[in-house]
Design a protein around this ligand. Structure first.
Ligand code: ADP
Length: 250
């Protein structure tokens, strides 16, 4: 694996909460264009790891590199600007706004910041609408485009959240349990969406549903007690005795 193949490199990440090491020297690399899963039993440190990567928490020690640059000390908004965005991090779904309006607001934020001057230009507004429509289509919500977000099903609301995150044009998307609480149809739809996103971007996801992980992910890092227990494709990690023991013993 060359340096340019690696989009994200986490090295020896540690964090302590009142003397308890929630992450204890975890290292892993995420390859550009991969769908990479972070799995492990409850309490393994997966969410803590996501929080460190996006700097919602500060590591006690260790480093994080994105595209070869050390981002360990950068604030969350700068990490997002550099292309690594967590779904639900910046975007939010506004229930009273339509699907289209939600995505347009997210696009507007990226392209025009807090400025409202763009409203004066018809052509800018048309451009934003066209781009928002494309994103709504990409996440499979075309038929709901003028529906208030509050009226969407749970799974479709999460698809909308993904659309508002994609509006930020990230190189790398972090998804924290994207299928949680979804029924079979929504899981299938979301899996197809993640696959589509990964055609042009990198995805790192925490996911409990191991059949989804098996079907979707190119590479898997297994965490247990804050450490990397195993890494590889699903076939190799699922047969690893250490992984089996961690899951059964959890
Ligand atoms: P996972 O997402 O794999 O279930 P977490 O990252 O949520 O695991 O938690 C890892 C460990 O760190 C758990 O034992 C949890 O109780 C502990 N932990 C997480 N956040 C905090 C915190 N803010 N304060 C104290 N302990 C925490």
């Amino acid at each position: 694996m060359t340096q340019t193949d690696v989009i994200l490199a986490a090295k020896e990440l540690c964090i302590e909460f009142n003397g308890f090491r929630a992450l204890d020297g975890a290292s892993f690399n995420v390859r550009r264009g991969h769908i990479h899963a972070l799995i492990g039993p409850n309490g393994a440190g997966k969410t803590t790891c996501f929080n460190l990567l996006t700097r919602f928490l500060t590591p006690t020690s260790g480093t994080i590199h994105l595209n070869g640059d050390d981002i360990t000390a950068l604030p969350p908004d700068e990490i997002a600007q550099r292309g690594m965005v967590r779904s639900f991090q910046i975007s939010a779904v506004f229930g009273d706004m339509t699907v289209l309006e939600n995505v347009r607001v997210a696009l507007q934020r990226r392209k025009h910041g807090a400025s409202f001057d763009f409203w004066r230009s018809e052509s800018v507004l048309r451009g934003l609408n066209a781009e928002a429509e494309q994103l709504v289509h990409a996440v499979g919500l075309s038929e709901f485009i003028h529906l208030r977000a509050a009226e969407l099903s749970y799974g479709r609301k999460r698809a909308l959240e993904v659309a508002t995150t994609l509006a930020l044009d990230p190189q790398m998307l972090l998804l924290d349990e994207p299928m949680a609480g979804m029924g079979h149809e929504d899981v299938k739809r979301t899996a197809a969406l993640i696959r589509e996103i990964a055609r042009t971007r990198t995805v790192l996801m925490v996911e409990h549903n191991l059949s989804v992980v098996a079907e979707l992910c190119d590479r898997i890092t297994v965490l247990a007690r804050g450490q990397v227990l195993a890494e590889g494709d699903y076939a190799s990690v699922s047969q690893d005795p250490k992984v089996i023991e961690a899951y059964i013993g959890a």
